[in-house]
Design a protein around this ligand. Sequence first.
Ligand code: RNT
Ligand code: ZN
Length: 411
Amino acid sequence: MYNEAQKRYREAGVDTEEAMKKCASIPVALHCWQGDDVTGFENSGEALSGGIQATGNYPGKARNPAELMADLDFTFSLIPGKKRLNLHAVYGVSSSPVERDRILPEHFDPWLEWAKKNNAGIDFNPTLFSHPKAADGLTLSHPDKDIRNFWIRHVNASRKISAYIGEKQGNPCLDNIWIPDGLKDIPGDRSGPRRRLMESLDEIFAKKYDSKYIADSVESKLFGIGLESYTVGSHEFYIAYAAKRGIIPLLDNGHFHPTENVSDKVSALLLFFDRLALHVTRNVHWDSDHSVRLDDAARDLAREIVFNGAERCLIGLDYFDASINRIAAWAGGARNFQKALLEALLLPQDEFKTLQDSGNYTKLLVLQEEFKILPFGDVWEEYCRREKAPGAEWFDKVTVYEQEITGKRKG
Ligand code: RNT
Ligand code: ZN
């Protein structure tokens, strides 16, 4: 089947071998927080806050580091391609409770060990939500300087951890700052909180680290639940901030109006930024964080990543669905984005460009449609086989894991 598919693609001017090789080299970071609904290991009893929500109560979520690591071992085994692990600061491992501004690199040593075993790099995020000091939806832009300082100390501690991880693993750890800050209703002052956020970030980034160890990014947002009228860290705020200060912008495709094409932003931003970070998710009417499907949004985004230089894009997944088997949501979404990348690598980019530049829009349209029905599935199965990842039978494995492990977890 693969040989036949290879022939069909070759006739269409595309090398399947090269596409598979390239696909296997593009790192995609898996977010640890799909395994436990963004709970983390603080055991503080704080509910998830910050205007984000994991809906559903499907049984079997990971309750401690050992369970989350076991689930991740299994999930990684279901996904082809080069993988990284994306951690949040509340996933530190410690025998006693640690305040957010006191977290230390050593709390993440168990994760470094895990990553080494799994041959994966680690990325990191400070956690500025699900905490009493973020209860009113304001952190780095809070009018109270003591609260701002607390969160500045937390982000400082996080960047120190990221640099430590980067040094240990021998490649930069992406440290992504997302804050929930916003207001439910129409602000009386839109400028003040933004100025305070800018000043907090400037204080944070005054501390310089070697770019061999850490890559800093800032993630914008449109709105949060309960914070619908105003978002301090809006798209314009962060694009301008990142451009002026030499920081990487991070686009989460759930953080834009549903009719906006995030894929279209990639080529524009990569003309002005060296690198672009991405959170890949699926927004259903709002920032709902559904597991990624192989839909047009995912395909278009993958195509722009591939066409504009995947090595300049730092790809991470970001969704948290608690209404279905969490591992199926995790691995299924990752597999779907892998499919989108492989599909994009199987397109004749140069030919598309030539057709466009010579004004042959008729053939450009026809060809793009024809490529949709080439035997992609056979190349995908071959890619999975070579990557020692399961093909279509991956879900049978999830079912067994559920019967034997996650299904037996109570509470
Ligand atoms: C929230 C942002 C952010 C979080 C994670 C948990 O809207 O997308 O990236 O999802 O940090
Ligand atoms: Zn995100």
